[in-house]
Design a protein around this ligand. Structure first.
Ligand SMILES: [Zn+2]
Ligand SMILES: [Zn+2]
Length: 274
């Protein structure tokens, strides 16, 4: 008869074998062989290469403040109000919307993204989670959001992933925003409300659409489905923010559940197509 110790050892080796199957053979960020299988989805170098969004950024939307935004804001409200509107990163005095976020619904109070969606590991991780079904990619992505979100994430009561339509969910088998929200929720010890929102219709892919077309594409695409969120500070979760049109539309629907506030977190931020 086998000893308890050898049975335990056998069980442990089976667990390790299952874990090894669930781990990628190569880094999901750079495709180089992983030096250590226990590193998870992504090598240290790729984690390091996830470029954070450098200040100065708008306090509300987190978009870098550039000369173009400053000029637009100045034209809209005079030089002085343009300056007041655009925050100077964390702790700035400005509170109004900048050129990037002024079309967002007023209920969307803030947005934070972990990194830029460049051609490096950020894009590869997004693809691995979204199309490759590599659930394990969500962990380093959530870590990246945490690093960027700072104290703001400590004031969230619940996370709501941006839902997929039923058809796309069937095709893909998973919602990457929900996987990301689960990883972030576990890390922050915050509940994830996956059924608070529902997508009312499929929307076409937005990759090639400009800001106005994006807003039209997702207008009314969501509806509130969950119980009341009264008193809760909620953050929407998505993988990528480009213009914020999807998050804006989701916020409008979520506001019907009467949360105390709505913010948004995304792993990456893409450049708006010209
Ligand atoms: Zn790597
Ligand atoms: Zn802004």
């Amino acid at each position: 008869m086998r000893s308890a110790r050898s049975m335990l050892a056998a069980a442990r080796s089976r667990v390790l074998a299952v874990e090894a199957l669930a781990l990628p053979r190569a880094c999901l960020g750079c495709e180089r062989p992983m030096p250590d299988r226990r590193s998870g989805a992504c090598c240290e170098l790729c984690r390091h290469r996830l470029r954070s969004i450098a200040p100065p950024v708008c306090r509300r939307c987190g978009q870098p403040i550039d000369q173009w935004s400053l000029r637009l804001a100045a034209e809209a409200g005079g030089e002085a109000s343009g300056r007041a509107t655009l925050g100077r990163g964390a702790g700035a005095a400005g509170s109004g919307p900048c050129a990037f976020c002024r079309e967002w619904p007023k209920e969307l109070a803030w947005a934070v993204s972990g990194t830029w969606l460049d051609e490096g590991p950020a894009r590869n991780l997004v693809h691995a989670l979204k199309y490759g079904g590599w659930r394990i990619a969500a962990a380093p992505m959530a870590d990246c959001i945490r690093a960027a979100g700072g104290a703001r994430l400590g004031r969230i009561d619940a996370l709501v992933p941006v839902p997929l339509g039923a058809t796309r969910l069937r095709e893909r088998g998973h919602n990457q925003a929900a996987l990301l929200a689960r990883a972030l929720g576990a890390s922050l010890a915050v509940p994830v409300l996956e059924s608070a929102l529902r997508r009312t219709r499929e929307t076409r892919t937005q990759t090639r659409l400009g800001p106005d077309d994006r807003r039209r594409n997702v207008a009314g695409a969501f509806e509130a489905a969950g119980p009341s969120l009264t008193g809760l500070r909620v953050a929407l979760v998505d993988d990528v923010l480009t213009t914020g049109a999807t998050l804006g539309s989701a916020t409008t629907a979520l506001a019907r559940l009467e949360p105390a506030s709505v913010g948004a977190v995304t792993f990456a931020r893409a450049l708006v197509p010209a």
